[in-house]
Ligand binder design. Structure first.
Ligand SMILES: [Fe+2]
Length: 388
């Protein structure tokens, strides 16, 4: 007999993770434990230039596990790159995936894993719970402080010919282990530091106001918000300080655990089409629509914003949620400008005539399913218009 109100139940899925400096050096040991015959190491040219794949591959050599590097991954990884990686995985008889990098290599590795086990085309798996068979073991070494892909059940792939991004959500996409190593963040340039932190901040805020939030996801969401708003600017001022970077890495981890389980909302639904059309960093897209999304959602869950203001350490000294909202918006604007994020939709090249196309795709995005308010088409269009 099923529970009377199954919609009130909440689950929490998380991978094994190791958090701490030099966690990356355990990749070889984990690959060995998973019975690796040959590892496909998925990364991208920027991460290769930073030297992290070399560092990680040495740990594979130490345990005698052969590997092949697949680095044909662009920011906003494309369906054809997933399919090419899956061919390499199959042709070279690989049986374990190791992703080293930000959200792009990790999502590409997840996509390769889907095809390796389930066949077909990656475009066939869009939506929630469309992946039937478990993927090969996936080890992640995240090198940016924001994506959360290394602990999440999300995989975001660009369908370039159709100028859109597809979201694949499935428990089978939760990596087997994430080796979360704060040292890897020191090679992030300032703009990437700011963009990924804004992605993580958005994850925290959206997970906290999500219809699928729970007391457990709330803990992670609020802690992520606190860490980012406290440590982003100090970390940017002292970029080689691993102690400060550690707080941002922890924020990313917390935010990832929150949104993987509570899902996201209107900000991500509006940001994904911008990622696809502008081919720009996902965190930058989020930062462009974050305030309008927050303001729109406020009417549905005003009291939630008191806790968010508290997590941001905003001295509101009030129980007036509307006051808290104004203070949150002010703090986000201050943080964004201080972090050097100054682009808006106009400067990014979006025109008024692009709005219907963007709204079309935002309305189809699975992230919208857990938003506390369900927008009409005109409302989404009006929100985009407010970002010019
Ligand atoms: Fe995101």
């Amino acid at each position: 007999m099923l529970p009377e109100h199954p919609e009130e139940l909440r689950k929490f899925v998380a991978p094994e993770f190791l958090f701490g400096n030099q966690a990356r050096r355990l990749a070889g040991r984990y690959a060995n434990n998973y019975g690796a015959v040959r590892v496909l190491l998925v990364t991208d040219p920027g991460v290769v230039a930073a030297g992290w794949p070399e560092d990680v591959s040495r740990s594979l050599e130490d345990v005698g596990v052969p590997f092949t590097i697949y680095q044909n991954v662009l920011p906003n990884p494309r369906a054809e790159q997933v399919m090419e990686g899956a061919r390499v995985f199959h042709d070279l008889k690989c049986n374990v995936l190791l992703a080293v990098g930000g959200g792009s290599p990790i999502d590409c590795a997840k996509g390769i894993g889907i095809i390796a086990s389930n066949g077909g085309n990656i475009l066939d798996y869009e939506g929630v719970d469309q992946v039937r068979l478990p993927c090969p073991p996936l080890i992640c070494v995240p090198t940016t402080g924001g994506t959360g892909a290394d602990v999440s059940q999300f995989c975001i792939i660009a369908d370039k010919p159709n100028r859109r991004k597809l979201a694949i959500l499935s428990k089978t996409l939760v990596p087997d282990v994430s080796l979360v190593d704060p040292e890897t963040l020191v090679t992030m340039p300032p703009d990437l530091t700011a963009h990924t932190a804004f992605d993580a901040l958005t994850h925290g805020i959206e997970a906290y106001v999500s219809n699928a939030s729970s007391p457990v996801t709330d803990l992670f969401a609020l802690e992520a918000i606190r860490l980012i708003t406290t440590y982003l600017l100090p970390s940017m001022a002292d970029p080689s300080n691993v102690g400060l970077r550690k707080h941002l890495m922890l924020a990313s981890l917390n935010a990832g655990l929150a949104f993987s389980n509570a899902s996201l909302g209107i900000v991500h639904a509006m940001a994904h089409p911008l990622d696809a059309v502008l081919d720009q960093s996902h965190g930058l897209s989020n930062s462009m629509v974050l305030e309008v999304g927050i303001t729109y959602n406020f009417e549905a869950v005003p009291d939630r914003f008191l806790a968010i203001a508290d997590a941001m350490r905003i001295p509101t000294r009030t129980t007036d949620a509307r006051y808290a909202l104004a203070a949150i918006l002010g703090e986000i604007e201050r943080l964004r400008f201080a972090a050097g994020i100054k682009k808006n939709l106009t400067q990014a090249g979006i025109k008024a005539q692009d709005i219907p196309y963007l709204a079309d795709h935002a309305l189809k995005d699975p992230c919208l399913a857990t938003n506390p308010r369900w927008p009409k088409r005109q409302e989404i269009e009006a929100l985009y218009a407010q970002c010019f």
